[in-house]
Design a protein around this ligand. Structure first.
Ligand code: CA
Length: 702
């Protein structure tokens, strides 16, 4: 009898093992990550964006070439959208996400599609996405794939087939400007997801769902709601003490969490980063000031109950869009002769933070880029010490470094245990901060209360703007940072820095907006290989190995906040923005280039009389509602969305219906009937007609 039981037990253990299909990722597998796999967005549990694979190395990377491509074209409309996710690979199967929350499962050796998931997304949410209909990645866990859709659903898919297991609406209020662009993160029995929309006036939160059933387990609010309504959690009661009772509560406060999180299974702590404020000027948001918790924080949460274990605020009283949603990296290392379990982040505000990840204790905070708003971080209080430039820009504009895009944004930085260095896509851009005065909250549009019209116009004669000639410099780099010494190890200044990084023992890989995929020496920064792809690349690369052959893969497709029209060296203006996944291997071939961009001549404007009295009103509305996506006109048009000075006769005829009835909503052009009247649209139309007439005449004269 005993033997039979033992035998049956043996059989069931065996069959249990066999039941796990290819691509199955669980805690045990994560703890013993095989070099050939890339199991999370960051590759490993520590989210380091590092692989120990060294088949491709400093001595042979010159032979890196094209292996395959996969056409990851947008699932809605025909405007190419940015690709920002880092692919996950296990057992030769690749899972990754694209615009709107589409999911691709591919054979990682050939790029052949296994299945594709096309969510039925309400395309009108694109108008609320400050930074394009992008998606920053998914989670693969125990035979399931988890992804967020732009319009707010967290979807659980079967990893074998791509069929929907469950789907949950994560939004608390669909009248507000919420979207999801962020990746979900698995922590023990839950999958957590945040959202975006702080610029549009929302109140940030993250929500946790049961992995298997999708049942909501907890919600962690990031900023408090109106005090008279009471507080959902103890944390909110505590946070409310750092806000003016008479805060502009309808604006939501912001704080949305949309970056890469991390989970330490041994400590059972889930780490999230929180975003910026709405509106940016605190004198409108929380008039008497205050730290405004938990804006711009790094927070450790117990995933079993959603309670906060510790927090650290990087930018108290945030007024510059200084999110702390940048990617979180966990490292076990030695600092001052002591073994430490640390958490690292290089948030927008320009300081590189090293925290004890058990307690939240600040270990170091050094400037990794130029910073003029604070002189340093006081190690006793953990608070930044503000300079004159860091004071409120209430009465006069102030030139601040870093600008609202930060010293580092969402593009993942990577940590290399072999060199001990962190590789940061860094940039240093000054900006003049000027608040609108007066400011009034408006539903569903940009509520930052910032006048962007002259943000890059510096005046040497205005002392509150420029304190030295250097203040006006704009620089970019691939930066190697020593987190233990708290200083720069090397800096590679050439080329665009806007791609995420990935490192292997001897190399750092990074794509650029100028169309290259580069490999650098991890120790020195020297560029060892540069492949021209014709694609603007933003996403972080992945590496893995199949049958002993190592591949390096990156999602290539430009978009997002990067295309706001001030970086004319982007390759997007020479080659069409073909959104694809590119794979490289040793001995690979030439990378096929996308088709060249075609210059469209301005069509003859329709024979309509332009109503001059509408022009200035139309220009102002265009700036508030249209310019973020459509950008400027003619030669100055540096956006992939249509140049509205080149509208065809047919589009002119239905202009009102496009804007107010959403007849092009399936192309991603939203219906604006909630915020604009027929008169408003008439004004925009007249403004556009005037632009088209001017540009048409100019071209004819040439
Ligand atoms: Ca922001």
């Amino acid at each position: 009898m005993k033997k039979v039981v033992l035998f049956l037990l043996f059989i069931s253990v065996l069959s249990c093992k066999e039941e796990k299909p290819k691509g199955w990722i669980d805690q045990e597998r994560l703890n013993n990550r095989a070099a050939e796999d890339w199991l999370t967005l960051g590759g490993n549990e520590q989210m380091q964006h590092y692989s120990p694979l060294n088949n491709i190395n400093a001595s042979n990377v010159q032979d890196l070439g094209f292996a395959w491509e996969y056409d990851a074209t947008t699932i809605i409309g025909n405007v190419p959208r940015g690709l920002e996710a880092t692919p996950i690979v296990a057992d030769g199967i690749m899972y990754t996400s694209g615009a709107w929350g589409a999911v691709y499962a591919l054979d990682a050796k050939t790029g052949k599609q296994r299945w594709i998931y096309k969510p039925e997304v309400d395309a009108s949410y694109a108008r609320r996405a400050c930074c394009d209909a992008v998606n920053r990645g998914l989670a693969v866990w125990e035979g399931k794939v988890y992804v967020g859709t732009l319009d707010g659903y967290l979807v659980c898919l079967d990893a074998e087939t791509g069929s929907v297991v469950w789907s949950q609406d994560t939004f608390t209020d669909r009248t507000k400007g919420y979207t999801i662009t962020s990746p979900p993160h698995v922590a023990k029995n839950i999958v957590m997801i945040g959202n975006s929309g702080a610029e549009y006036g929302v109140r940030g939160y993250v929500t946790a769902y049961d992995l298997k059933t999708g049942e909501q387990k907890w919600r962690f609010w990031i900023v408090p709601g109106e005090p008279k309504n009471g507080y959902e959690t103890e944390e909110m009661e505590m946070a409310a003490k750092t806000w003016d009772v008479n805060s502009d509560w309808q604006t939501g406060g912001g704080g949305t969490s949309w970056g890469e999180s991390a989970y330490d299974a041994e400590m059972n702590l889930l780490y999230i980063g929180t975003g910026n404020s709405t509106p940016y000027p605190i004198w409108y948001r929380s008039p008497s000031g205050g730290d405004n918790l938990f804006l711009s924080c790094i927070i450790a949460i117990n995933p079993d109950n959603g309670k906060m274990v510790w927090y650290y605020q990087t930018t108290p009283s945030e007024i510059w869009d200084y999110t702390a949603t940048q990617n979180i990296v966990l490292v076990d290392t030695e600092i001052d002769g002591k073994a430490r379990k640390i958490l690292m982040m290089a948030p927008k505000n320009g300081f590189f933070y090293v925290l004890d990840r058990a307690t939240g204790e600040l270990i170091s905070a050094e400037k990794y880029t130029r910073v003029n708003w604070a002189s340093h971080v006081d190690m006793k209080t953990g608070r930044p010490v503000l300079t004159e430039q860091g004071q409120w820009y209430k009465d006069k504009p102030k030139l601040v470094i870093p600008y609202l895009g930060g010293g580092h944004v969402w593009q993942p930085m990577s940590y290399n245990p072999n060199t001990g260095l962190v590789y940061i896509p860094e940039r240093s851009v000054p900006q003049v901060f000027k608040a609108f005065d007066p400011y009034k909250y408006r539903d569903d549009v940009d509520n930052t209360a910032i006048d962007y019209s002259n943000m890059y116009k510096f005046s040497k004669n205005v002392p509150e703007q420029v304190t030295s000639a250097e203040d006006t410099l704009r620089t970019e780099s691939l930066l190697a940072w020593d987190p233990v010494k708290g200083k720069v190890a090397w800096k590679f200044p050439e080329g665009g820095p806007d791609g995420g990084t990935m490192s292997t023992p001897e190399l750092v890989f990074q794509g650029t907006r100028t169309g290259y995929f580069n490999a650098h020496d991890a120790k020195t920064g020297k560029k060892l290989k540069s492949i021209f792809t014709g694609n603007g690349i933003m996403a972080g690369p992945t590496t893995y190995s199949i049958d002993g052959e190592q591949y390096v893969v990156v999602m290539a497709g430009y978009g997002g906040a990067e295309t706001y029209g001030y970086l004319p060296d982007g390759v997007i203006f020479q080659y069409q923005n073909k959104t694809r996944i590119l794979a490289f291997k040793l001995g690979g071939g030439e990378t096929p280039l996308p088709p060249k961009q075609i210059k469209i001549r301005t069509p003859a404007p329709p024979d309509t009389k332009i109503k001059e009295e509408h022009i200035s009103k139309g220009a102002a509305i265009y700036e508030s509602y249209c310019e973020t996506c459509h950008g400027a006109f003619g030669e100055k048009h540096l956006s992939q969305h249509p140049d509205l000075s080149k509208l065809t006769e047919a589009k002119h005829m239905v202009f009102q219906d496009i804007v107010l009835k959403g007849i092009l909503s399936q192309n991603g052009m939203a219906n604006f009937s909630n915020s604009l009247t027929a008169d408003d649209v008439e004004a925009i139309h007249n403004f556009l007609l005037k632009k088209q007439t001017e540009l048409y005449k100019k071209e004819q004269e040439k």
